[in-house]
Structures are given as C-alpha cells and as structure tokens.
Design a protein around this ligand. Structure first.
Ligand code: 13P
Length: 337
C-alpha cells in the first residue's frame, strides 16, 4: 500500500492533541550547551553542567506551570538529567502534566554550493536516537533548520531545508515521537513584510510537498513557523494586526486543517510583542490550534530575575509564570495586557 501507517499512529495523534490543547503551548528550553552558555554569560554565570541544571530545575519546577504549558522541549543533556534535588526532570514534567520533548537536530553547518547559507545535520543515526529518547520518556521532537532572506534564499537551500524536515518527520513518527516541523525564516534583514510573506509561501509549499512524499501523517505533526513580520532592520514596523493578517493568510494558503497545532517561535521578538501578536491571531476561530513554542519570549525576564542567585528562584519562577499565563490568554484570544 502507498499509505504507511506507523504502529504509533494513534498515540501520535493523541500526543499532538494533548500538546495542542486550549490555553496551552510549549516552553522551548532546548538551548544547546553553546547557546545556553550565552544565556548564562548574560547573567555572569559560567557555562557549567551544574549551572545549566540549576536553571533548568528552576524552569520545570515552577508551581502550576502545566496550566499554561503542555510541552517542554529539552536538550539531550536535560532529558537525562535530574533536578538539583535529585528528581528526574522528565518525571517532574510529567507530574506537572507537561509532555517532555527533545531537540534531535545536530545544528547548522555551511551548505556547499549555496549563497553562504546553511543546512541542518542530524539524520544519521536519528532512528536509533529517537527510539532511545522515547524510552527515556520523550513523546515529541524538534528539528530546527533556518532559511535566510538576505542570503537568497536560494532554491537549493529551501529544498534542502524542506527535504531534511520531511525525512526527520517520517523517522520521528516511526519511533513514536510527534515531530515539530520548524523551518525558521530568520528575522535578519532590511526587507519588508511582503518579501517575508513571499519567501514563507515558497518554504511551506516545499515543506508540505516533501512531507507528503515521505508519507508523513499530518494529524501527528506540529508546526513551528516564524510569524510573518518585516525584517528586523526594516524601517517599517508592523502592528500585531498586520502580523496576524499576513501570518494567517500564509497559514490558510499553505497548511492543511489536518495539522492539529501551529506553535510559533518568538525569534527575537520582545516578550510583549510575541504575546500581542499571538493574541491578535486568535481573535477569531482558526482551523488549527494557534499557540506558542517560545524560548526567549518566555525566559528573558525569568533569567534576568534569577541572576544565578538561589534567593531569587521564586521571583524568577513567578516571572516565568507571568509570561506563560499571558501567552495562555493570548492562545485563547483573551490577553488584555
Ligand atoms: P525563540 O522563541 O527564542 O525563537 O526559540 C524558539 C526555538 O526553539 C527556536 O528553535
């Protein structure tokens, strides 16, 4: 038969629906050790395993986080890590009613033959790694590749990004993990919002072409798109209403309603901007759950408030819960600022 059905099909659909549940979204806390090091450096901390553990413990133990957060994406180190008090981080998440997820890509490297663009590594050994992550408690996965507007994007870079995402998605489903499909269209550049829209249409058309070609079950995936905005260095700024209009138009044209959830990345937007834009997109009913999968837009104030000091843990957790609640309300279209 042409239709490949994963033995995990029913579970994948259920996992995706759980993550895309009303008023909830994803906490992305899967910074690689290098990126986590930059975050820790910003508050004057060394990039040690103990400091990463202390920070991730703070995040996952925030009381009541599961009311607003349905899934947490972890870096491999964290999936196998315990809290500072010795509880398995995976168990703490499950206790909070939060589905554990895992970043499975191996990062970006230069794409030979392109215009200074990149491609995303990680397909080698992915099936066995995915099976091991499932054993360890992960139920969804993330693969982030990027597309740069100022550098093209070249047809080659778009095709490579789309193909890699589709192979990853098929392998994830085969091993019981709901794949988050993330072709991040970087904010960098002076281009206007219409140019972003044009590139996003091209990217999502190719992504869905190859997802279909690889027999990926759309009911068992989640998407992590960039919102359609002007480039970060563009002189024209867009209002939340404009961002919502462009982004929803893109989604309507390119994303089948079989896909249960659209979980946006924040991509360098400020915390409040990311919340206002999400809220604007939820002012009328959508065919998919439209929500968040933010890292920086959930963590920035929290991290700063913590500053690496044990006495600030509670205040930092409160800061995280403020952003999580605001985005939960925005998912319901009820954020008022
Ligand atoms: P930001 O929300 O900080 O863009 O990060 C989300 C993410 O996981 C990027 O892959």
């Amino acid at each position: 038969s042409l239709v490949v059905k994963s033995s995990y099909a029913d579970e994948l659909v259920k996992t995706a629906k759980t993550i895309a549940s009303p008023g909830r979204g994803i906490l992305a806390m899967d910074e690689s050790n290098a990126t986590c090091g930059k975050r820790l450096a910003s508050i004057g901390l060394e990039n040690t395993e103990a400091n990463r553990q202390a920070y991730r413990t703070l995040l996952v133990t925030a009381p009541g986080l599961g009311q607003y957060v349905s899934g947490a994406i972890l870096f491999e180190e964290t999936l196998y890590q315990s809290t500072v008090d010795g509880a398995k981080i995976v168990d703490v998440l499950i206790e909070q009613n939060i589905v554990p997820g895992i970043k499975v890509d191996k990062g970006l490297v230069p794409l030979a033959g392109s215009n200074n663009e990149s491609w995303c590594q990680g397909l080698d050994g992915l099936a066995s790694r995915s099976a091991a992550y499932y054993q360890q408690g992960a139920r969804f996965a993330k693969w982030r590749t990027v597309v740069s507007i100022p550098n093209g994007p070249s047809a080659l870079a778009v095709k490579e990004a789309a193909w890699g995402l589709a192979r990853y998605a098929a392998i994830s489903q085969d091993n019981g993990l709901v794949p988050i499909v993330e072709p991040e269209i970087l904010l960098d550049g002076e281009h206007g919002i219409d140019r972003t829209f044009e590139v996003a249409q091209k990217v999502w058309a190719e992504v869905f072409f190859y997802l279909a070609e690889n027999n990926v079950m759309f009911e068992g995936i989640l998407l992590k798109p960039s919102m359609v905005t002007p480039g970060a260095e563009c002189k024209d700024k867009a209002t939340p209403q404009q961002v919502a209009d462009y982004t929803l138009k893109l989604l309507h044209r390119r994303i089948p309603p079989a896909v249960p959830g659209i979980m946006f990345l924040s991509g360098g937007q400020s915390e409040v901007e990311a919340t206002l834009n999400l809220n604007a997109m939820n002012q009328s009913p959508n065919p998919w759950h439209v929500s968040f999968s933010y890292a920086r837009a959930l963590q920035n104030t929290c991290l700063k408030t913590w500053g690496g000091r044990p006495e600030n843990v509670q205040a930092a957790q409160e800061a995280l819960l403020i952003r999580a609640k605001a985005n939960s309300l925005a998912q319901l279209g009820k954020y008022t600022g």
